[in-house]
Design a protein. Structure first.
Ligand code: PEP
Length: 249
């Protein structure tokens, strides 16, 4: 059965004290859930978060990493550094990184390879812009993003890849894709995977939805058959809202 996942992307929010506070609130509220719970704090707080959640069913994941093994890349973090503090999973391809740091599909393909070579898991994000959706090109764009970054891989690599469909027009805007729009795109993504790797692989990959998921819309989005969870930005910064979303399963 596919994994159900709710992952909180904290982005560039929360210093050490706020991280400690939010994690202790999460620890108080976490219960066994059908969904795996992940949080992605800033790099500076990953070690603390990892240590603080050791005995709890919360996985601490990274928001990004470089594709190189090491070297003269000032300000960057590599896979080995993440692994050295216990981090097993990295988010790659977030639309904010694509937009503000010019992350191309080609660079993302390299990052995915590096993560997998280090036995890490990847939450791979992609999604169309509003103009693409309006022009009816959303499926073409999404297919291209997936193909360019992932389709050089063997089917077995998908055991360690979770996909996150995040329409750019829905991220941080308060505008959510309708549950049906999410379902339609997730079903399309599964078809794209099935055409390349076969139905068994396509059925085994978890596909998360991201884009203004809130306590009041999570249940309906998660009720769709091809939606296996959510990547949550803004609402993951408040323990109460985050757990309302986790409990929507
Ligand atoms: C995100 O950035 O991955 C995201 C989904 O953000 P938000 O929930 O705030 O739209």
């Amino acid at each position: 059965m596919r994994k159900k996942i709710v992952a909180g992307n904290w982005k560039m929010n929360n210093g050490l004290i706020q991280t400690e506070t939010l994690i202790s609130e999460l620890k108080q509220q976490i219960k066994t859930s059908d969904a795996e719970v992940m949080i992605a704090p800033a790099f500076t707080n990953l070690w603390h978060a990892f240590e603080a959640t050791r005995q709890y069913p919360i996985e601490v994941v990274a928001q990004n990493m470089h594709y190189a093994e090491n070297g003269a890349y000032t300000g960057e973090i590599n896979a080995g550094m993440l692994k050295s503090i216990g981090i097993q999973t990295v988010i790659l391809g977030h639309s904010e990184r694509r937009a503000y740091y010019n992350e191309t599909d080609e660079a993302l393909a390299k990052k995915v390879d590096t993560a997998l070579n280090h036995d890490m898991s990847v939450i791979f994000c992609f999604g169309e812009e509003l103009a693409d959706r309006k022009a009816g090109n959303h499926e073409v764009i999404v297919q291209e993003q997936i193909e360019k970054a992932l389709f050089h891989l063997d089917a077995s690599a998908f055991e360690n890849i979770v996909l996150a469909y995040e329409p750019v027009w829905a991220i941080g805007t308060g505008e959510t894709a309708s549950p049906q729009q999410a379902q339609d795109m997730h079903a399309f993504i599964r078809k794209v995977l099935a055409n390349k790797y076969g139905q068994d692989t396509a059925n085994s990959v978890s596909i998360l939805y991201g884009g203004s998921v809130k306590p009041n819309n999570a249940k309906e989005i998660f009720s769709k058959p091809d939606v296996d969870g959510g990547l949550i930005g803004g609402a993951s910064l408040k323990a109460e809202d985050f757990f309302a979303i986790v409990n929507a399963f």
